[in-house]
Ligand binder design. Structure first.
Ligand SMILES: [Zn+2]
Ligand SMILES: [Zn+2]
Ligand SMILES: [Zn+2]
Length: 763
């Protein structure tokens, strides 16, 4: 061995494939005069061998960390130093190996068009000028195009497009920024886009994008195939097509997301602060819920009855092209292309079959989508971006879990906003948004997603985790997989899973958490949703909760919150309860008869009881005349929040607590007595304030009694800005630290993380 001449065998894990990592290593090694090779492995890791003088090798190792490409994340860097074997003439990028030893690495999420690509895209002399599929090692689709690992072109849906000589030149030139870029393509060799009518017949036009933009300005509805699935697009200033779209999608009130041309354009109809602008323009480019500005002028039908609107910015070349000819549109409706309660559509044929009933044209392209992926949705709450939906741009980046887990686990979520998770070795891999799983399309999508996640991470789950509800489709799927994967099953109570998701991401040993939402199956078989739980790594119990209220007709009471209101009034002993219900018969689908049945059911005690926070908010929205029928998940509570955002505290109600129960009957009485005497906005604010104060009081009292330092707030109600800030103020005043979900969605989109965490902790 020549003194000072070494060989280093390096293994890198993390997000190191699909982010320009090998080209970076190549350039670094060549620059330092090192010999050897770099190659991708089937476990999503990268293997490097370098030989050369000691000083250069040390520099090399140091620079792997400090100079890595922007999208790369290094989870583990193993270096073995030994004597130089002298086996290399030069440094090369070798063909990938299928070998996989390590598990837990993963490919990156889809990334929005980078500034360099955008510049080329806008430069007339560039050969990719206006080419929609422009990408580089720093940007473009990843998760949605990959069939299997390692991340090489033949394993992605780009394999259908052999490189032309110029692209090949770029791909093989170390000095080119598309050196070893797996998604490289150009107008000559890459996928092409085309416009069709609703029957799939191609429309002859000079430029399908310009044509689409023009058609959008004229008020047509167009299905557009993007990188992770279809969007349905239409005008935002013309209410007619929005109305038509609502009717066709059976979506009476649920807000549509819009895509705005630029931040300047957003500023004309919504308020954008510094934090929000940062999220809007981040490489993830999620939909951000922004407060409508006073000058809001987009069609009211886009987000009816709400104070905010979901806005995103263009994230591929295609989007920029649309705005070029849709000149008068500050933004376009860009809603997920699916049928009600079904997953996003990602296939041309399926889109033509399912959407032709209400879509006028289709803007299609030739690249297949391997994994569909919806847009992510973020809501700034208390100055922090909270994930409502963690999908494109985020999935499948793992979330760090600072606990040693005993087993690898896979989890299936609950019934709505479903995601899947795999937890292993201190990391939770949270899937893209799957959505509802009530229909067969949804449950099949969940099954594909979980199997894909298992294949990509290379983790073999030793235990599966699902909800406690015996009849959820996700529970049934988990039970089926128990046989198939030959492993155990753990069922986790819904609110316990919410609290665990918080513990997992925040690294907590124990917490007293308020877990508040619309519905979760309780361990006593009842409908829970306003819970104060104690939760540690191996124990949990229900400490306190909201008063049980009648839910007359079960699920019907969630759809028609007037039933909730009546139940609360009647339970509170309000004398005019039945009369009040009779005065609302026009708002009940079966009128007077229904009112009579509902009243009778109450008198006979024939109803379920619920401690749900969501149902109290619904009942308040109904009595205040804000919303009397739920057409989408969370609608009454969201509209109540919109009203409360313009309100102030009145009535001076103090939380009434006894025996660990926060009374809510007092709210029903206060509302009935003050109806018409005060503004609905102020009453809405007062109810939210009462609940937040009461929940904080319960949580703090229990935390003090048990000597627990950490207090948490989780569940779907954690999206309510007003309630979270009141809760925070009171908890901090009592000397506790408040923990919220920041990386995992606090709603049911984060449940699978909590479920998997629980299963992983047990042995
Ligand atoms: Zn780029
Ligand atoms: Zn080409
Ligand atoms: Zn929940």
């Amino acid at each position: 061995m020549v003194a000072g001449v070494l060989r280093a065998e390096v293994r890198v894990l993390g997000i190191v494939q699909g982010v320009g990592f090998r080209p970076f290593i190549y350039r670094l090694a060549v620059e330092l005069g090192l010999k050897g090779y770099v190659r991708n492995r089937g476990d999503a890791g990268v293997e490097i061998i370098v030989e050369g003088d000691e000083a250069s090798i040390k520099k090399f190792i140091h620079h792997i960390e400090t100079g890595k490409p922007p999208a790369a994340q290094i989870g583990k860097l193993d270096v073995k130093l030994m004597a130089d074997k002298g086996g290399f003439q030069e440094f090369r990028i070798l063909k990938s190996t299928e070998q996989r030893r390590e598990v837990g690495s993963i490919i990156p999420p889809d990334m929005s068009i980078c500034s360099q690509c955008l510049k080329e895209f806008l430069t007339p002399s560039n050969r990719r000028h206006r080419y929609y599929f422009i990408t580089c090692t720093d940007c473009g689709p990843r998760y949605t195009i990959i069939d299997r690992l390692p991340y090489d072109r033949p394993n992605t849906t780009m394999r259908d497009f052999p490189l032309c000589s110029q692209c090949l030149q770029e791909y093989t030139s170390p000095e080119d920024r598309r050196f070893h870029s797996q998604t490289v393509a150009c107008p000559v060799c890459g996928p092409k886009a085309f416009l069709t009518d609703k029957n799939g017949v191609k429309i002859r036009c000079r430029d399908p994008f310009l044509e689409t933009g023009k058609l959008l300005s004229k008020g047509f509805i167009i299905a557009i195939k993007g990188i992770g699935g279809f969007h349905i697009a239409t005008s935002t200033v013309n209410p007619e097509p929005v109305r038509k779209l609502r009717k066709a999608k059976y979506r009476e009130q649920k807000p549509f997301a819009v895509m705005a041309k630029s931040v300047e354009a957003v500023n004309t109809f919504a308020q954008v602060d510094e934090v929000e602008e940062k999220i809007l323009t981040s490489p993830e480019r999620p939909v951000v819920l922004l407060e409508k500005s006073r000058e809001y002028y987009l069609a009211d039908e886009i987000a009816p009855g709400l104070h905010n609107i979901g806005v995103m910015l263009p994230y591929t070349g295609l989007h920029y092209l649309l705005f070029e000819s849709a000149r008068n549109e500050p933004a376009l409706v860009m809603t997920s292309g699916n049928l009600p309660a079904e997953p996003i559509i990602a296939d041309n044929e399926e889109a033509l079959k399912k959407l032709a009933g209400f879509v006028d044209y289709f803007l299609l392209h030739e690249r297949r989508i391997a994994q569909p992926c919806d847009d992510s949705v973020v809501k700034p709450v208390n100055g922090k971006p909270i994930l409502i939906r963690r999908s494109r741009g985020y999935a499948p980046i793992p979330i760090k879990v600072n606990r040693e887990l005993k087993r690898a686990a896979a989890a299936y979520g609950a019934e709505e906003n479903v995601t899947a998770s795999i937890i292993f070795n201190g990391k939770a891999f949270l899937s893209q948004y799957v959505g509802e799983v009530e229909k067969v399309e949804g449950i099949e999508y969940l099954e594909r997603t979980i199997k894909h996640l298992i294949a990509l991470t290379g983790v073999k789950p030793e235990v599966l985790a699902c909800d406690l509800h015996p009849h959820f489709n996700s529970t049934l799927l988990a039970k089926k997989h128990v046989e198939e994967f030959k492993c155990q099953l753990v069922q986790v109570q819904h609110h316990h899973a919410h609290a665990l998701s918080l513990m997992a991401e925040q690294g907590l040993e124990e917490v007293v958490a308020a877990a508040c939402d619309g519905f979760g199956y309780g361990s006593d078989g009842k409908a829970w949703g306003g819970e104060i739980l104690y939760c540690s790594l191996n124990d949990w119990r229900r400490l306190a909760h909201l008063e049980e209220q009648p839910m007359i007709g079960g699920d019907l009471a969630a759809v028609y919150p007037l039933r909730m209101t009546f139940g609360m009034l009647a339970k509170a002993g309000f004398e005019g309860a039945e009369e009040w219900l009779k005065s609302k018969t026009s708002l009940l689908p079966h009128g007077e008869q229904e009112a009579e049945i509902v009243a009778k059911m109450f008198r006979q005690g024939r109803f379920m009881a619920t401690t749900s926070t969501g149902r109290i908010l619904d009942a308040t929205a109904a009595i205040l005349g804000i919303c009397h029928r739920r057409t989408y998940e969370g609608e009454p509570a969201m509209k109540l929040e919109a009203a409360a955002s313009r309100g102030k505290k009145i009535l001076n109600l103090k939380p009434e607590i006894s025996g660990g129960v926060l009374k809510t009957s007092i709210l029903a009485l206060a509302l009935a007595e003050n109806l018409g005497r005060h503004r609905a906005e102020d009453l809405a604010y007062t109810v939210e304030e009462y609940l937040a104060e009461g929940l904080a009081e319960l949580a703090c009292a229990e935390a003090e009694r048990l000597g627990v330092k950490a207090v948490g707030f989780t569940g779907g109600v954690a999206f309510n800005h007003h309630m979270v800030s009141t809760f925070r103020r009171l908890v901090e005043r009592r000397g506790f630290k408040l923990y919220l979900n920041l990386r995992v969605p606090p709603g049911d989109g984060g449940l699978s993380v909590g479920q998997a965490f629980k299963a992983g902790l047990e042995d």
